[in-house]
Design a protein around this ligand. Sequence first.
Ligand code: GLN
Length: 308
Amino acid sequence: MNEILKHAVEEARKMTHLGKTASYIPELGRVNKEYLGVCVCTGDGQYYQYGNADIRFTIQSISKVISLAVALERCGFDKTFDRVGMEPSGDSFDSLVKLDLTSDYPSNPMINSGAIAVASHLASEVSFERMLQFTRLLCMDEAIELNERAYHSEMGHISRNKAIAYLLESKGILENTVEESLKFYVRMCSLNVTAASLAGFGLVLASDGIHPVTGKRLLHSRVVQTVKTIMLTCGMYDGSGKFAVEVGVPSKSGVGGGILSVVDKRMGIGIFGPSLDEKGNSIAGQQVLRELSAKMKLHMFADNVPEF
Ligand code: GLN
């Protein structure tokens, strides 16, 4: 395993110069785009890592997975999907075009419009403090905190998400004010994780929502099934289809450079690579996952897959 990770990272590192950091949030623009790290957490709770897997970075859109899971737990399936769809949008993550012109609700909860709608509902259901505690539990990482600098940096450059939130409000989709909804959404995006925290979270999802160490159920089976399916179809935004063909592993990216991947019944994978492609996905991180998928037969439709 260690050799496979090392080779994948060393090769993919050659691609970091091809992308850019997410400078639309100034704090993210300052990160070294040559960072690249991977961590794998296997069924027995064993961690394997290579590269910059211990550096803290903001979870960004990967928090949409946590918010969706909590919304499904608290509000149920029907209420959650009453105001957000489950179809890939085919547009960029921060688009408001379809929402304005062709639909009365956001396409899915993995794009900004959908996640802001979910956040608006969650803000009345659960405190941010509880969300933080649950995130620590899901990621098996007690050190996760709110990154205040990233939070304020994003809140100071929030025009586009504000436009999305006002559009949602005009369609009667928000349950809280634009300000409250965005505050909840951006705080969740500003949690500091590592590739290892994402690998731990991935393993919980790979294990049907059960904490691998305590054996305690953290999420219902149906919630986990729903979340993983939406990650597969929508988790890499308008790059989800190609990524599913090439890697075949439900994944969710964030503009902080993270990717969370779930190899069902086998392992969780966390990536940190802040150099992004034009769709906002880690450019070298995707290459690492292509290589791991090929070498370890991780594609969900691969044959001769080894036992858990
Ligand atoms: N906080 C970011 C935003 O709303 C998250 C986007 C992302 O990670 N794709 O723009």
